[in-house]
Design a protein around this ligand. Structure first.
Ligand code: AHR
Length: 311
């Protein structure tokens, strides 16, 4: 009722609403920060957040959404682990008139099955990373190894496409090996070890492109253990802009990252508040910024600044 409503930071009404959040898991530092910030944003607005950790499994996410629908929540936030297989459960939420907002990853379902999606342009992120590398390398021959994100996830698909777009007119740049590291530090290290072994102990690798910073941090460790200098012998470019990659950049062990904000919930709750208040329909895609950071952008300072931002 009106007595329970309050004006939020975004200027709209939200207090007292219940929102179910189906989160993927905690595979990366970025993911953990997104969870922290979603909890914070909900608390600041007086929203009751029902949190469900899917442990990387789509079936757990589907079960969580069904349970949110059965409880009759006021909205659902979904960070979808993979892009396909959501039609039926999204249809069920729609039939129950519960708005669904996608966070950070995309689905290949019809747009009318969700209210809006908050996220970055994932293809563009890959392009920014690829353009940085092409520019850095110039006319040199450069054999690139790629650590992909979770197979079937929209960031893995789109960040690959974007990077390939950016290097396609540079025949001196070639991706020689590409494998998933599932967005985790441990697999990033393990897969990089196999790349190094297969590429003359790493001497034939000029650059690593990792679909997230955590995999890059794991790979940096593998490069050091192989007796090479990450950031010099092997250039390192990745995506997310988490504190640890700035530490690596400050130490000269990583070269560039593309920022993905972990605060997807703020814009999502603003859109929901307006929708709840008077039925305002948000745009289908609320885009967050993708900014490039290099060793020239005060990585030590960025490391300090970011530690307080949910990481
Ligand atoms: O969907 C966003 C990606 O998921 C982040 O880049 C990665 O760190 C996370 O696991």
């Amino acid at each position: 009722t009106a007595a329970f409503l309050a004006v939020t930071a975004g200027g709209a009404l939200a207090e007292g609403e219940t929102v179910g959040f189906s989160q993927i898991g905690s595979e990366s530092g970025w993911r953990a920060a997104e969870t922290t910030l979603t909890r914070q944003q909900a608390e600041e607005r007086g929203i009751q957040l029902q949190f469900s950790d899917a442990q990387q499994k789509q079936e757990n996410q589907i079960a969580a959404i069904r349970s949110f629908v059965a409880q009759g929540v006021d909205a659902i936030l979904l960070a979808p682990v993979v892009a396909t297989g959501w039609d039926s459960v999204l249809q069920e939420a729609k039939e129950a008139e519960i708005p669904v907002v996608l966070l950070d990853r995309q689905v290949d379902s019809s747009e009318d099955l969700y209210l809006t999606a908050v996220g970055s342009n994932l293809v563009h992120e890959g392009e920014v990373a690829g353009e940085w590398l092409a520019n850095e390398v110039g006319d040199r021959e450069c054999r690139i190894v790629e650590l992909q994100g979770t197979t079937g996830s929209s960031p893995a698909i789109d960040r690959k496409t974007g990077f390939e777009n950016a290097i396609k007119d540079h025949p001196n740049l070639t991706i020689v090996r590409s494998q998933t590291g599932d967005f985790t530090r441990a697999l990033g290290k393990e897969v990089m070890e196999s790349f190094l072994q297969a590429e003359n102990g790493g001497k034939d690798i000029c650059a690593l492109y990792a679909h997230n910073d955590d995999m890059a941090v794991g790979a940096i460790q593998a490069i050091k253990e192989a007796g090479l200098k990450p950031g010099e012998d092997i250039l390192v470019v990745s995506i997310d802009a988490v504190p640890d990659i700035f530490k690596a950049m400050a130490d000269g062990e990583a070269n560039a990252t593309v920022e993905l904000t972990p605060n997807m919930a703020g814009p999502a709750f603003d859109a929901l508040a307006a929708y709840w208040a008077d039925g305002t329909m948000p745009p289908k895609f609320i885009q967050t910024e993708s900014k490039l950071f290099t060793q020239a952008d005060d990585p030590a300072g960025e490391y300090e600044r970011r530690k307080g931002l949910g990481y």
